[in-house]
Design a binder for this molecule. Structure first.
Ligand code: CP
Length: 307
C-alpha cells in the first residue's frame, strides 16, 4: 500500500505516468466515470481549505465514488482530544482512501503509520503540499509543454509557503531548472531547502527582493500569499502582507509567454486586473487540480481503466 506524503514519494517516471493519466482523464472523462464505484474517500481537514478538500471530493465523485469527512478540527473528536493515530484507525474502517490536512508538520506521516488505507498529505503546516505540486506540474507541462529547461520565479512567502517547498523538491529532478527566489528578507526560503535541496543538487538560483528585477527573464512566475496563519504576531503580518502586488503595469515587464501560476487563495498579491491577461493561468490550474487528483486516487487504489 502506498501513501503520498511528499512529491518525492513518486519517481519522475511514476509522476509522468500520473500526469499522462490526468491528461487522458481530461480528454476522456466518461471513460473514468465509474472507475471508483463502491469506493469511499474520507477528507480529514483539521485546517481550513476550499480547493484541496473540494477538489479531492470532486475527483472521487467524478470517478463514481462517494465522500465523507470533516472540514475542521472543531467539528471532529479532535476537539475532545482524540489523537491523529486513533482517528485514522477509525477512518480506515469507514473509507478506502483518505486525504488529510493538518496544521502540524508530520501529522499525515503519523497517520499513515497507523492506517490500513492510503493516506494523502493534503498540506501539513509549513512543510509540504504534494497534491498542489502535482497540480502545478500538470499545469506547467500541459501549458508549457515541458517540465525541464525553465526559469521559474517563486515570489512571496517562501518561508512558510508549503506549496513552494514541495514544488522545489519536485522540480530539481528535471534538467535545466533555474530559480529566482523573490521575497522580503524576513520571508526567505528556509536554509534547509536552499542548502539541502538547491545547493546539494547544483540547481542555479538567485535571491532578489524586487519583483520588477526578476520579471523580464522568467518562463514562469509562481506567486504566493503571505501565510497569515503561520505568523506569530499580527504586526509582522500586516507589515509583510502587501509587499508584492502583481498588477497590469508590472506584467508589461514580463515576456509574452511567461505564465503566472498561484496555488490560491489569493489575497492582494495579484491585482484582479491581471486575471484577464492570457498569461494568468491560476484558474486553469484549479481545473488541472481535479484531473490530477483523479489520477492520484486511481494510482493509490491501484485501479486500472482499460483504454
Ligand atoms: N491551494 C490550496 O491549498 O488551497 P486551499 O487552502 O483552499 O485548499
Amino acid at each position: 500500500m502506498r501513501h503520498l506524503m511528499s512529491p518525492l514519494d513518486f519517481s519522475v517516471e511514476e509522476l509522468d505516468r500520473i500526469l499522462d493519466l490526468a491528461n487522458d482523464i481530461e480528454r476522456h472523462p466518461d471513460k473514468y466515470a465509474h472507475a471508483c464505484a463502491g469506493k469511499k474517500l474520507a477528507t480529514l481537514f483539521y485546517e481550513p481549505s476550499t480547493r484541496t478538500r473540494l477538489s479531492h471530493e470532486a475527483a472521487m465523485l467524478n470517478l463514481g465514488g462517494s465522500v465523507l469527512g470533516f472540514s475542521s478540527a472543531d467539528s471532529s473528536s479532535a476537539a475532545k482530544g482524540e489523537s491523529v493515530s486513533d482517528t485514522i484507525r477509525m477512518v480506515s474502517c469507514y473509507a478506502d482512501i483518505c486525504a488529510m490536512r493538518h496544521p502540524k508538520e508530520g501529522a499525515p506521516m503519523v497517520a499513515c503509520k497507523h492506517s490500513s488505507i492510503p493516506v494523502i498529505n493534503a498540506g501539513d503546516g509549513g512543510h509540504q503540499h504534494p497534491t498542489q505540486t502535482l497540480t502545478d506540474l500538470l499545469t506547467i507541462r500541459s501549458l508549457k509543454g515541458r517540465l525541464d529547461h525553465l526559469k521559474i520565479g517563486l515570489c512571496g512567502d517562501l518561508k512558510f509557503g508549503r506549496t513552494v517547498h514541495s514544488l522545489i523538491h519536485a522540480l530539481v529532478r528535471y534538467e535545466g531548472i533555474e530559480f529566482v527566489l523573490i521575497s522580503p528578507e524576513e520571508l526567505r526560503l528556509p536554509d534547509y531547502i536552499r542548502e539541502d535541496v538547491l545547493e546539494k543538487n547544483n540547481v542555479p538560483y538567485k535571491e532578489v527582493v524586487r519583483l520588477e528585477e526578476a520579471l523580464p527573464s522568467l518562463d514562469l512566475l509562481y506567486m504566493t500569499r503571505v501565510q497569515k496563519e503561520r505568523f506569530f504576531n499580527e504586526e509582522d503580518y500586516v507589515r509583510m502582507k502587501d509587499f508584492y502586488i502583481l498588477d497590469a503595469k508590472k506584467m508589461q515587464l514580463a515576456p509574452q509567454d511567461m505564465l503566472v501560476l498561484h496555488p490560491l487563495p489569493r489575497v492582494n498579491e495579484i491585482s484582479v486586473e491581471v486575471d484577464k491577461d492570457p498569461r494568468a493561468v491560476y484558474f486553469k490550474q484549479v481545473q488541472y487540480g481535479v484531473y490530477v487528483r483523479m489520477a492520484l486516487i486511481l494510482t493509490l487504489l491501484e485501479i486500472n481503466v482499460e483504454s
